[in-house]
Design a binder for this molecule. Structure first.
Ligand SMILES: NC(=O)c1ccc[n+]([C@@H]2O[C@H](COP(=O)([O-])OP(=O)(O)OC[C@H]3O[C@@H](n4cnc5c(N)ncnc54)[C@H](O)[C@@H]3O)[C@@H](O)[C@H]2O)c1
Length: 288
């Protein structure tokens, strides 16, 4: 490989990427959008229009049109083109609107990052039908519907890359997060099914599996677990979790996950499909 080929293998110049759940200031979606943008991709960033109570479980927070506009500005400031489109990924018609907006603005789609997720963390006995419903729709079915909507357009471009942001909770048990862990396991399974179905069209599908990431969800989680008696105060909970969060003893930063996602989208990853990439600071290799 000569130097020009080496540079080409790492650039996303000329590519168009859709990222879901892209608005929150400390979220992985915004960081992923920036990681794709600095590699040259044009961005279609999407998130919920407002504070939808079905997906804002116990105040963990969801995105908004206002935050999305701010996130789009941040990405444009990196020197690439970007648009924001609000949509609920559990609604196929709204997914269609995002796809149409991408085609109108940039003429095609090469990359989809299914980052949006919904965390409903409760023990099985306390899990309600609403929690199951939201988890299934946001973590499992919505991302597959989104993938199905972009695949015909990726075919037209001769291929593409789809990355599912799942979780190590989709690989190992997460007691107290049953329907989250269950639907993330399902998302890993559907990643493999999609990789097999879309592989002959040169469309790669992979999953990134983060451990604990320091986002607004993690901050709020510390408060909730304190209320449930797991720690004396949120700071003590964070300290306890930090020591167990990774082998280096810290939470991941959203940027740590974003770099892994961006790599999977580059031409250099052209022979990687159907795989799960753990970005968890090694913690999930440690047995009980
Ligand atoms: N924070 C962690 O520790 C952690 C760990 C492992 C995996 N994850 C996963 O990473 C992804 C990003 O989470 P984050 O921690 O950056 O939090 P985040 O709150 O920034 O991201 C979740 C996003 O999903 C969006 N969303 C929720 N329901 C939606 C719907 N119906 N339609 C459209 N968008 C919707 C929210 O508005 C929000 O922007 C999620 O899939 C999450 O499950 C997070």
């Amino acid at each position: 490989m000569n130097i020009d080929e080496l540079i080409k293998s790492q650039t996303l110049e000329g590519k168009v990427a859709i990222v879901t759940g892209a608005s929150r200031p400390n979220g992985q979606g915004r960081a992923i959008s920036k990681a794709l943008a600095v590699r040259g991709a044009k961005l279609v960033m999407t998130d919920l229009e407002g504070d939808d109570p079905r997906y804002n479980y116990e105040g963990l927070g969801v995105g908004s049109g206002e935050e999305l506009a701010e996130a789009v500005d941040e990405v444009r400031a990196l020197g690439t083109d970007a648009i924001g489109v609000t949509a609920d990924i559990t609604d196929k018609a709204q997914i269609g609107e995002v796809v149409d907006a991408a085609l109108d603005a940039f003429g095609g789609i090469d990359i989809l990052v299914n980052n949006a997720g919904s965390l409903h963390g409760h023990f099985i006995a306390d899990t309600t039908d609403d929690m199951w419903d939201a988890s299934y729709r946001v973590n499992l079915k919505g991302p597959v519907d989104f993938a199905a909507a972009v695949v015909p357009h990726m075919r037209e471009r001769g291929g593409g890359s789809i990355v599912q942001n799942t979780s190590v909770a989709g690989l190992v048990a997460f007691a107290g997060g049953g329907c989250y862990s269950g639907t993330k396991h399902g998302a890993v399974g559907m990643m493999k099914v999609m990789a097999e179905e879309f592989g002959p069209d040169n469309i790669r599908v992979n999953a990134v599996c983060p451990g604990n990431v320091w986002t607004d969800i993690s901050r709020r989680e510390a408060e909730l677990f304190t209320e449930r008696g797991f720690a004396e105060n949120p700071e003590a909970f964070v300290k306890m979790l930090e020591s167990m969060a990774s082998l280096p003893g810290r939470y991941a930063a959203p940027e740590d996950i974003a770099e892994a996602v961006a790599f999977l989208c580059t031409p250099g990853a052209k022979f990687i499909t159907g795989t799960t990439l753990r970005v968890d600071g090694g913690i999930s290799i440690v047995g009980a």
